[in-house]
Write a protein that binds this ligand. Structure first.
Ligand SMILES: *Cc1c(COP(=O)(O)O)cnc(C)c1O
Length: 227
């Protein structure tokens, strides 16, 4: 078995173990394989092992791989920062965007998403650790942005995403994810029909699953260290 197929299998096994450990329903956490910087052949290998969802951060790189792999059953997720001149291609090539953090981008995506396509699934990225340099909407602006997004055709608000500041202690990792889950619950209480908490990477997937992640975004543990 190829090393990527082995690593994929091992991450999925670990995921199922963690679901049981934290009393999460079986298969309630999905694996997004983050394939940034990895060649198309490795994506094809993971796809051949059954992986259907892939995350990319850099648009030009992503488009060339999407065209090369060209599998209709793959769902492509954009997880990197979005500049406004990139919205047209994101609307064209992707079925998910995890890193939506401002209205201007949402409006442009809505205008670009064609009526022949299904709605673009979006998550609001929250700057949960309040880092000055990080992208993401401030926690106290999430509710307003969610309301604005709900009014835009072509977009379907699915939930929240965060990339907390690194914390090596397990209980500290859990805190940021718990804050994100609380914001998610507030939005649901306000009437938004959300089902997605995109949180957790190779370093903190256990903390994220413990705190209710429904999509974990894993690069290194599947594909190995980035080149
Ligand atoms: C690169 C990246 C990941 C994956 O990180 P790994 O540590 O390689 O698992 C997840 N989310 C985002 C937003 C990323 O940029």
């Amino acid at each position: 078995m190829h090393i990527i197929a082995q690593q994929l299998k091992s991450v999925l096994e670990q995921l199922r173990i963690l679901e049981r450990k934290y009393q999460r329903e079986e298969n309630s956490v999905r694996l997004l394989a983050v394939s940034k910087t990895r060649p198309a052949e490795e994506i094809s290998l993971a796809f051949a092992s059954g992986q259907l969802e892939f995350g990319e951060n850099y648009l030009q790189e992503a488009i060339s791989k999407i065209e090369e792999v060209a599998e209709n059953s793959i769902s492509w997720h954009f997880i990197g920062p979005v500049q406004s001149n990139k919205t047209r291609d994101i609307a064209k090539y992707f079925s998910w965007l995890h890193s939506l953090d401002r209205y201007k981008i949402a409006r442009r995506l809505s205008e670009s998403r064609s009526q022949q396509q299904t709605e673009l699934n979006v998550c609001i990225q929250v700057n949960i650790s309040e880092e000055a340099s990080k992208s993401g909407c401030a926690a106290n602006e999430v509710k307003h942005l969610a309301e604005q997004i709900e009014n835009l055709p072509g977009l379907r608000l699915r939930g929240l995403m965060a990339m907390p500041a690194p914390a090596n202690d397990f209980s500290e990792q859990r805190l940021a994810f718990r804050d994100l889950h609380r914001l998610f619950d507030d939005l649901i209480a306000a009437g938004h029909g959300l089902d997605t908490l995109s949180m957790g990477t190779s370093n903190d997937m256990e903390a994220a699953i413990a705190e209710g992640a429904t999509i974990i975004r894993i690069g290194t543990a599947v594909f190995g260290p980035r080149m």
